[in-house]
Design a binder for this molecule. Sequence first.
Ligand SMILES: Nc1ncnc2c1ncn2[C@@H]1O[C@H](COP(=O)(O)OP(=O)(O)OP(=O)(O)O)[C@@H](O)[C@H]1O
Ligand SMILES: [Mg+2]
Length: 561
Amino acid sequence: MLNECTLGHFAFGKRRRKLAYVLMFRIMTYTTARPIVVIGLLGTTLDLGKHPDRWQNWRPSVSICRQQDLIVRRFELLHSKREQSLAEIVKKDMESVSPETEVLLHRMEFSDAWDFEQVYEKLFTFARAYKFDTDAEDYLVHITTGTHVAQICLFLLTESRHLPGKLLQSSPDRDRRGEGLIKIIDLDLSKYDRIASRFRQEQQEGASFLKGGIETRNPAFNRLIDQIEKVASSTRDPLLLMGPTGAGKSRLARRIFELKKARHAVAGPFVEVNCATLRGDGAMSALFGHVKGAFTGAMSDRPGLLRSANQGVLFLDEVGELGLDEQAMLLRAIEEKVFLPLGSDREVQSNFQLIVGTNRDLLQSVREGRFREDLLARINLWMFHLPGLADRTEDIEPNLTYELEQFEQKTGTRLSFNKEAKAKFLAFGLSPEAQWRGNFRDLNAAVVRMGTLAAGGRIGIDVVDEEARRLSSLWSDSRMDSNDELSLLLSPAQLMQFDLFDRVQLAEVVSICRRSRSLSEAGRSLFNISRGRKGTTNDADRLRKYLNRFGLTWDHLRSQR
Ligand SMILES: Nc1ncnc2c1ncn2[C@@H]1O[C@H](COP(=O)(O)OP(=O)(O)OP(=O)(O)O)[C@@H](O)[C@H]1O
Ligand SMILES: [Mg+2]
């Protein structure tokens, strides 16, 4: 009795301190604090205690209500029928130490509290039925009581936001008496500085890996890679990589696979095929496999690329070249993860992530009836457009350094530029004259040629000049393309009004405008020689007037890019 009284007094003393704190807390947080609701299982061993001396022990559920700096408005205590009387004692004790707490008892029966499936299912049902009001209340999920299985289930349900709260972990003091300690764990990891900076570091490492360790400077390209890094590790949906030839689509696809593998996001192999090499029956069989005897010459079963890519990544390069029948089969294979090998009546399953590459405008192919609209809709959920080198000239220098290192690794010869030669190569590479039509292939070929021609591994001005001439002539051979571009700008009727002489000249002017960043830059390239002899040095004005003769403006040209 004496003991009870002393304890009662003790509890009252605590409560007064607590009330003072509550008031202070309420004043400080008057506008923001929301009532706290705790959800937890009754601890059949730890919460146990009938005798007055139970107050000497640490009892997790009760201890939460004894915390000085945690005011629990409601405690949802889950227990089994067998533990009804213990639950009532615990409820009474909790409410006695914390009169502002209402303890609600909920029955939850587990025939085997170590059976993961059963425990998860019961807790899930509870979570689904509970009327959470996250605008009005904050929820804490107590994970100290219950079997380890129950704790894992509570964790999973909290992480998946079926229980929309934070975890509450309680632990005893050193002497296992009294109110013990509590810790609140927020599973929103971005709220932890150390973890967030670790994630950032990992994200940067991933992006740098995707870039092949080349420190690129073009902001748009870097943003694109950051996005791909995020998407690549978290999704198994198809990825569509678009961009001109040699922009690095195939290389990026392989890197994405390697990054996923390093992060344990993929277990199977990387399977790659260029769809332009697949034709006729051979295409179906290469992709989907066949059974022995499916057609003349099918001497044995063939698994096909889709099956080989099971659990891995299938990279279909130049997907725009795929035939319509193959497209239909592919669509089914990505949507339902099943397909029918040639000559077989048994469906085969394969679960792979699809990456496709193309330098075609697939929308245009859809309009022309050469590409299925439904397949495009399925594969362009994540569409990334890789810019060509001419659109990321800041990256020519770091890529040049990379190419020199590659040359060195392959040939064992150290390769470098002399200072003026490097400046000259970069000036050429960054000028509108440099089209970089083959993108990295052109840059790679240029370095290989210069490295081979350079005496003693040192690239001088002469070698650079010769290479610039070679590249220019290579690109000018594709001038017909710019004539095609012209027909996109002007109707046939308009074009008919001009002499061939004018059309040829205009085509080149348009092409230079497209590669220039401003009207003035284009003007500088075009009037480089005559500028000095003219009364006016306003190249932009000259160019504007020239374009105007054909009814064209700079903005019009740029919007057609
Ligand atoms: N960022 C890069 N830096 C340096 N070299 C690169 C880069 N990306 C690609 N390359 C190199 O350029 C060449 C062409 O790249 P890749 O085959 O990936 O281009 P692609 O976009 O797939 O071209 P295509 O449309 O013709 O298939 C390869 O030798 C590749 O190693
Ligand atoms: Mg490719």
